[in-house]
Design a protein around this ligand. Structure first.
Ligand code: NAD
Length: 463
């Protein structure tokens, strides 16, 4: 079924459905129609957010939070419809989409409850009969720019802390996934969010996103997407001393040591590499194995890959959805081809069937090959050698990115050493590199994030 997305500006749904997004699993079907905004649409959305800003900041924080809590209930009542639309526009399996919508609901609840806890600090004063307190204040208008791969959870975890803290928002969702963000906004409107407090503008990143980032009225910008775009936005925002938070690419590695159970390690790596069709910023894409485990692990990983059955996310039996777009599929296949040219072997997968790319395991990859250095953003994982723990750790760290890193071992001392020395924002031991709790600060180091604020949990409110 085709859904229609609209801009939300000053409390009104507007815009003609000029753009079509096809269902990635069934490219002949239109999943969603959406408007394509331009600079003037962004201008109107910012004017609405600016107009609404004082009254929203003056609304008591518990009352702001109550609207988020009510929006969570609205979304809960529409859970299945929203999850189904998410599958049709983004391609996840229905189980993955249900989990993502659940995450958005929980995020609204978490930050909704925060309305009652919003507080400053008090300090002793050196002056008699004087008390000193800090008061948390909103920044004003926040611009939020989000990617397609978590089309409802990421907008939720950016807008909920912004709104409960008393900021107004202009959200620019990814071009490929306008419906999910629209559902989220509709839940907030149904819950009574005043007009202008949240505005949504759809359209091209280079037009809508760029206009949003460039506007003086945006006092804080939170961006999740590619490193290339993020670094450009950083320059724009820093030049006018606006607050900025960036979550960008990754090349996440897992190190499997000789003492690990190869079958268990393969399950962990497969979940991190192939879950969500590998289209997660935290997905495992490099695995370094020490010599005693490499062969058994690789064999087990190839077996695990066979459990991921690609297909339409709504069809029974599908355990991995399609690649999000033909452009992304071309990128994934080009990465596999380049790996072959550089000497890698394809142990399994590597060939697309329509929009579906099976779980792909590459062996014979060297650390300086492109597939070990550059983000692929698909269900492709490279297995590489490491002589021992020390070399493995050095190889994990030898990357321009630093989002997540994993270790499979039974050695508690090495687990602690790895947690302290892996250059990544998130370190997991005997767990997939993907999957994080919503109440915990999230972000990376090096080219994966800005060295400013973390997302999620209390850190998001600090931002
Ligand atoms: P992208 O950078 O192409 O797009 C992200 C958003 O930025 C979209 O809304 C897009 O329209 C907008 N945009 C594009 N050009 C712009 C410009 N010139 N000015 C302003 N906005 C612009 O990324 P994508 O393809 O949507 O997402 C995939 C990327 O996102 C991957 O690199 C992935 O690692 C990253 N990602 C990171 C995280 C994280 O938390 N670190 C999470 C999810 C995805």
């Amino acid at each position: 079924m085709t859904t229609t997305a609209k801009h939300l500006i000053g409390g009104r749904w507007t815009g003609e459905p000029e753009r079509e997004r096809h269902n990635p699993a069934r490219p002949g079907e239109i999943a969603v129609r959406a408007p394509a905004g331009d600079e003037s649409t962004v201008d109107r959305a910012l004017a609405a957010a600016d107009d609404a800003r004082r009254a929203w900041a003056a609304t008591p924080a518990p009352a702001r939070g109550a609207i988020l809590l009510d929006a969570a209930d609205v979304l809960r009542s529409r859970h299945e419809e929203v999850a189904t639309d998410l599958v049709q526009e983004e391609g996840k399996t229905l189980a993955e989409a249900r989990g993502e919508v659940r995450r958005a609901i929980d995020v609204l609840r978490y930050f909704g409850a925060h309305g009652w806890q919003r507080t400053g600090e008090s300090f002793p004063s050196g002056t008699p009969d004087t008390s000193v307190v800090t008061r948390p204040e909103p920044l004003g208008v926040a611009g939020l720019i989000t990617p397609w791969n978590f089309p409802i959870a990421i907008p939720a975890w950016k807008l909920a802390p912004a709104l409960v803290s008393g900021n107004t928002v202009v959200l620019k969702p990814a071009e490929l996934t306008p419906a999910s963000a629209t559902h989220l906004a509709a839940a907030l409107v149904a819950a009574g969010l005043p007009a202008g407090v949240l505005n949504v503008v759809h359209g091209e990143g280079s037009v809508v996103g760029a206009a949003l980032a460039a506007d003086e009225r945006v006092r804080a910008l939170s961006f999740t997407g590619s490193t290339e775009v993020g670094l450009r936005l950083h320059q724009v925002l820093s030049a006018r001393r606006a607050r900025v938070q960036l979550e960008m690419g990754g090349k996440n590695a897992c190190l499997v040591l000789d003492d690990a159970d190869p079958a268990a390690a393969a399950r962990i790596v497969a979940a991190g590499a192939f879950g969500l069709t590998g289209q997660a910023c935290t997905a495992t894409s490099r695995v370094y194995c020490t010599p005693g485990v490499r062969e058994a692990f690789t064999e087990a990983l190839v077996k695990e890959a066979a459990r991921f059955s690609p297909g339409d996310g709504l069809a029974a039996g599908t355990t991995m959805g399609p690649v999000v777009s033909s452009d992304q599929l071309a990128t994934d296949l080009a990465a596999v081809e380049r790996a072959r040219e550089q000497g890698a072997s394809v142990a399994t997968g590597g060939r697309a069937d329509g929009p579906f790319l099976p779980a792909t395991v590459l062996t014979g990859v060297a650390h300086d090959h492109d597939v070990a250095r550059r983000e692929v953003f698909g269900p492709v994982v490279a297995v590489l050698p490491a002589a021992d723990y020390d070399e493995g750790l050095a190889l994990v760290n030898d990357s321009p990115y630093g989002l997540t890193a994993g270790l499979c071992t039974r050695d508690l001392a090495l687990a602690h050493h790895f947690a302290a020395h892996a250059e990544a924002g998130v370190v997991k031991v005997n767990r997939p590199t993907t999957g994080l709790d919503l109440n915990v600060p999230f972000g990376g180091v090096k080219d994966s994030s800005s060295a400013t604020f973390r997302e999620q949990g209390p850190a998001a409110v600090d931002f």
